[in-house]
Design a protein around this ligand. Structure first.
Ligand SMILES: Cc1cc2nc3c(=O)[nH]c(=O)nc-3n(C[C@H](O)[C@H](O)[C@H](O)COP(=O)(O)OP(=O)(O)OC[C@H]3O[C@@H](n4cnc5c(N)ncnc54)[C@H](O)[C@@H]3O)c2cc1C
Length: 486
């Protein structure tokens, strides 16, 4: 099968529904369930873009094995141009949700590409693991599957290592090995987009300790229909309202879930890593996966910042505040953020180099800067949208109000400077959904944590960034006695 269409995506969900639990009920068909059907349709629309005549060239490449057209996010980049062309593809999918679907499938596609081309890394543990991950990459690419992932352990007691809990299988671990595979038990957080076909459990990056932690050093994948696997979803943010009332939440609630493994059998051919804590801890970094994922992310954050800027300027135009200097200053802050993110994306592509597996990998410095910078600045972008919109974010009667008995009052009192009340309210509803609704609130938390804890990300940057040349320069400067050169 080549790049999937939306229809094929929906059909697979109907035939193989992931084991999702929402509000105490099993979702038997995510394509019709009121809490998931809109997000599933938005996901399907992304896949349809791969077949649009205007986009097909941008969105797909020829598979090196089947010769079929497959999604471009599966490309194995060999040149900087390959990365730039992949960026264009990321941006098309990101723009479709105004940057508000964090886990469009390309995020995990580049993860599985980087891991799949780094078979030697996994083969250090057992040679077959190298083959397994390479085969899995090909399987996902050729079937154009949607993946979710979950890296962290349940948030029970962060002062303990996961093997110190009373129950050793709160955190996901290997119970035993059998001739058919490994049996795993426990839970992982936090799978965004459980509306997907398979889950990739990759090594968590924070196993501190020795052989006691071996059962928790894990890399494998299973279908989301695997026996014993269950996704406990959070409360839905799609409230069943119209697109006009809830422009983002009614389309893009990608959902988040606690993933529970109740003695799930992972067949050997789907096992990529066990037993080796050091290799587990370094897997994301050493395979280059983290950089390819960060490269997708920087494109997504550019799309989101552009959407915030567009919404902000529209709000300003709608209420006639564009001449106030402090308003202009706030817009300038958003522009600066956007340009910094664009520059970091370009810099990551310009400084790309071939990694040890022959994959053109975007530059680490600019991407580390982007993923540490954006979580903090996103809060300010939202604050600016709130400060510039003020009461307009609250006085947003619903579509039913607009069409009901009070419509004349709404038309009169809630019109804008450059638009009627319908246009004004649709715009402000969008600004509200970005910044204030429950959907907007989850976006704020997502930006803080989706790539990891910002505190520990900064500590990691401190750990790896080479500052010695700058220290040496300062030492040389201080040591210089100030005498002019002879
Ligand atoms: C909306 C959302 C979507 C997400 N989607 C995904 C996903 O798709 N896949 C996935 O794998 N993960 C996902 N995550 C999870 C994300 O990776 C984690 O939230 C993140 O790694 C932080 O872990 P935690 O939530 O357990 O927080 P904790 O680690 O419990 O942190 C809580 C607080 O304690 C502090 N703290 C805890 N331990 C330490 C320490 N050792 N050193 C210093 N400070 C510490 C933190 O700084 C923070 O302030 C998502 C998270 C959110 C909020």
């Amino acid at each position: 099968m080549a790049a999937r269409t939306g229809k094929q995506v929906l059909q697979r969900f109907r035939e193989n529904p992931p084991n999702l639990w929402i509000n105490g009920e099993r979702v038997t068909d995510p394509t019709t369930h009121p809490s998931t059907r809109n997000a599933v349709n938005s996901l399907a629309a992304l896949y349809d873009m791969q077949h649009s005549p205007e986009l097909v060239e941008k969105m797909t490449v020829t598979s090196p094995t089947s010769g079929d057209l497959v999604g471009r996010s599966f490309v194995i980049p060999k040149s900087k141009e390959d990365l730039c062309r992949r960026s264009e593809m990321h941006k098309v999918w990101a723009d479709a949700s105004l940057g508000h679907m964090g886990r469009t499938p390309d995020y995990m596609n580049v993860n599985v590409m980087a891991a799949g081309t780094a078979g030697e890394y996994f083969a250090q543990i057992q040679p077959r693991f190298g083959e397994n991950i390479a085969n899995y990459f090909e399987y996902v690419r050729e079937n154009d599957l949607t993946l979710t992932h979950a890296l962290t352990s349940p948030q029970i007691d962060k002062s303990k290592q996961v093997n110190e809990f009373d129950d050793p299988y709160i955190a996901l671990g290997v119970v035993k090995e059998t001739s058919s595979g490994i049996i795993v038990r426990g839970a992982r957080m936090l799978a965004t987009l459980p509306l997907s076909d398979e889950i990739l459990i990759f090594p968590s990056t924070v196993l501190k300790g020795g052989s006691d932690l071996k059962p928790y050093a894990l890399g494998f994948s299973v279908p989301n229909t695997a026996e014993g696997l269950r996704f406990q979803c959070r409360e839905p943010l799609d409230l069943g309202r119209s697109h006009a009332d809830h422009p983002l939440g009614s389309r893009f609630d990608e959902m988040d879930a606690l993933v529970i493994f109740d003695d799930v059998l992972v067949p050997w051919e789907r096992v990529f890593l066990i037993d080796d804590v050091d290799l587990a801890n370094q897997a994301y970094g050493q395979t280059g996966a983290v950089l390819h994922m960060a490269h997708q992310v920087v494109n997504l954050k550019i799309a989101k910042t552009e959407a915030i800027l567009g919404t902000l300027q529209s709000v300003i135009n709608m209420i006639g505040t564009s001449d106030y200097p402090h308003v202009q200053e706030m817009v300038a802050e958003v522009i600066v953020t956007l340009e910094i993110m664009k520059a970091l994306k370009i810099a990551s592509e310009e400084t790309a180099s071939l990694n040890r597996y022959g994959v053109m990998t975007p530059g680490r410095g600019p991407l580390d800067a982007a993923r540490n910078y954006y979580p903090a600045v996103h809060r300010r972008l939202i604050e600016i949208l709130q400060l510039c919109s003020s009461s307009g974010l609250i006085m947003i009667p619903t579509e039913a109000d607009r069409l009901g008995e009070g419509s004349a009052d709404i038309k009169k009192f809630l019109q804008g400077k450059n638009g009627d009340s319908d246009e004004r309210l649709k715009l402000f509803r969008l600004a509200w959904d970005m910044s204030l609704s429950s959907f907007g609130g989850r976006q704020g938390l997502y930006e803080q944590f989706f790539f990891g804890d910002p505190v520990r990300m900064k500590q990691a940057l401190y750990g790896i960034y080479d500052r010695q040349p700058y220290v040496d320069r300062i030492n040389a400067f201080i040591a210089n006695d100030g005498e002019p050169n002879a």
